[in-house]
Design a protein around this ligand. Structure first.
Ligand code: ATP
Length: 224
């Protein structure tokens, strides 16, 4: 086996996590098994670039993600984006991970995204660079189309020749393939959890109890 394929691919999972929930946790957990990853590095965005400002602070979202993944040795957390002054963009984040002393140039990296986020990829900052930096694994999310025909034309064109069905190929090169994977469908969103909380309802069974305790302790998401 050549040196660059000696290590299993590492999953990279960025998100706002406002708050983290079981949809995120199952995506990451199932990706490891279905795609043959060594583990998943969670990267909470500090200031997400393409959406409204999150309701919880970067630190609070990091703390909730830490609580959610606690005890899972296959998950690690990368806090680097949380204190960054500039908005969090995926391509610069991957460039950071590619530096020597981080993951380096040769380690296969697999960016994990839900298909809603994937469909919007052509709006990301310098998005064409992405396929030179990582593979992409796309999880089916209930309510969002999964067929490549529904993607924007620009993205569909960039994906030509990149789709693969066999996840074993992810270990064979550092970057460049796009692999769909079918996770347990969980129609959970952070938006729904925030709405429940602002209406005084419980988000129990949608996110871990440790996250709910943190939300109540810090009185998060209580106002509309
Ligand atoms: P919001 O409702 O605030 O937009 P969200 O629930 O979509 O938040 P994010 O932090 O924006 O959560 O999502 C991070 C990543 O996780 C994205 O790639 C998104 O597609 C994916 N994701 C979130 N929830 C699910 C889910 N239930 N099933 C599959 N993927 C999901």
């Amino acid at each position: 086996m050549p040196p660059e394929t000696a290590q299993k691919p590492l999953g990279i999972f960025g998100g706002t996590f406002d708050p983290v929930h079981f949809g995120h946790l199952r995506l990451a957990e199932e990706a490891i098994d279905l795609l043959g990853l060594q583990g998943v590095r969670w990267i909470p965005a500090g200031r997400p670039a393409l959406r409204d400002a999150p309701r919880a602070s970067p630190r609070q979202r990091l703390d909730m993600a830490r609580l959610a993944i606690a005890g899972n040795p296959r998950f690690t957390i990368d806090p680097a984006e949380v204190d960054a002054p500039e908005p969090s963009y995926t391509v610069p984040t991957l460039e950071r991970l590619r530096r020597p002393g981080e993951c380096g140039a040769d380690r296969p990296l697999v960016l994990l995204v839900g298909n809603d986020a994937f469909a919007g990829m052509a709006g990301w900052h310098r998005w064409e660079r992405l396929f030179g930096l990582a593979h992409v694994a796309v999880a089916h999310r209930p309510g969002y189309p999964v067929d490549p025909e529904s993607l924007p034309a620009e993205l569909a064109a960039a994906l030509r020749g990149r789709w693969r069905r066999d996840p074993a190929l992810l270990a064979a090169s550092p970057a460049g393939y796009v692999v769909p994977f079918a996770m347990t469908p969980l129609d959970i969103s952070a938006t729904r959890i925030r709405a429940l909380l602002s209406n005084g309802a419980s988000p129990r069974y949608l996110t871990p109890e440790s996250v709910i305790a943190h939300i109540h302790q810090h009185r998060l998401y209580t106002e509309n």
